[in-house]
Design a protein around this ligand. Structure first.
Ligand SMILES: *Cc1c(COP(=O)(O)O)cnc(C)c1O
Length: 243
């Protein structure tokens, strides 16, 4: 997509966010757009940055590190939205500002230990697996309190809220159900010291449903950058390896 294309698709996404916020009388500043740039080039990210976009979401660690090196001159907030793997926690803890898919106490301990001391604690959202989810990722709702208790004691982490990734549903009301369930869980588990104010939920096709239920981050790829299909199969990183 060219510069004009990205500028106008970003504008369209902002208009969609604003329209739902008006409906629900939420200030639109409460909803932040994360542009999901997995499988997009560093040049494409730079164009979106020039259009004012500051938060970018990446799912593959090596691919993200390559692009961060190319974009080191920009003031980007990097969000890791992929699956956390033990052998990648050090790179995630060192290079990202946020992690959205945390669902495992062992990963949480590693990320905390490996967070460099000169950086602020890593912002994390715990991923919850609500019924109807397409993948098995995420902690079960019944195990969430225990994982939160572990994370609350880790000095390298700051638990900001919850994240979910529900299966698509053709029906608008059904689409809202898992988002509402995430908000309810948040309301049950929030404390004054750890308010869980962030709800990371909503993608290109379901951002309206998510915002209606209280999303504060929406993670939007396709609606900003277009389809990833030609790029989706592989990413050849700098060292020539397929990631
Ligand atoms: C790819 C991805 C997105 C963006 O999806 P789109 O449908 O392209 O907006 C959001 N969240 C996660 C966790 C993703 O992996």
């Amino acid at each position: 997509m060219n510069t004009d294309g990205i500028a106008s698709s970003l504008q369209q996404v902002h208009s969609r966010i604003q329209a739902v916020c008006e409906c629900t009388q939420r200030p639109s500043e409460q909803v932040e757009l994360i542009a999901v740039s997995k499988r997009q080039s560093a040049e494409t990210i730079r164009v979106a940055y020039q259009c004012g976009q500051r938060a970018f979401g990446e799912s593959y660690v090596q691919e993200a590190l390559d692009k961060m090196a190319d974009l080191a001159d920009l003031d980007i907030a990097w969000h890791f939205i992929g699956r956390v793997q033990s052998n990648k926690t050090r790179q995630i803890a060192t290079h990202f500002d946020w992690v959205h898919g945390l669902a495992d106490a062992g990963h949480a301990r590693r990320l905390s230990e490996q967070r460099p001391a000169d950086l602020p604690p890593l912002n994390v959202c715990l991923q919850v697996n609500l019924s109807g989810e397409s993948s098995k990722d995420g902690v079960a709702p019944t195990a969430l309190a225990e994982l939160l208790a572990v994370c609350d004691h880790l000095p390298g982490l700051r638990v900001r809220g919850l994240m979910t990734l529900p299966a698509p549903s053709g029906d608008d009301m059904a689409q809202r159900q898992p988002f509402r369930a995430l908000r309810d869980l948040r309301d049950q588990l929030a404390t004054p010291a750890r308010p869980l104010s962030v709800l990371s939920m909503g993608m290109s096709d379901d951002l309206e449903a998510a915002i209606l239920e209280g999303a504060t981050f929406v993670r939007i790829g396709t609606a900003v950058f277009g389809s990833r299909s030609e790029l989706a199969h592989f990413w050849v990183n700098r060292s020539g390896k397929i990631d």
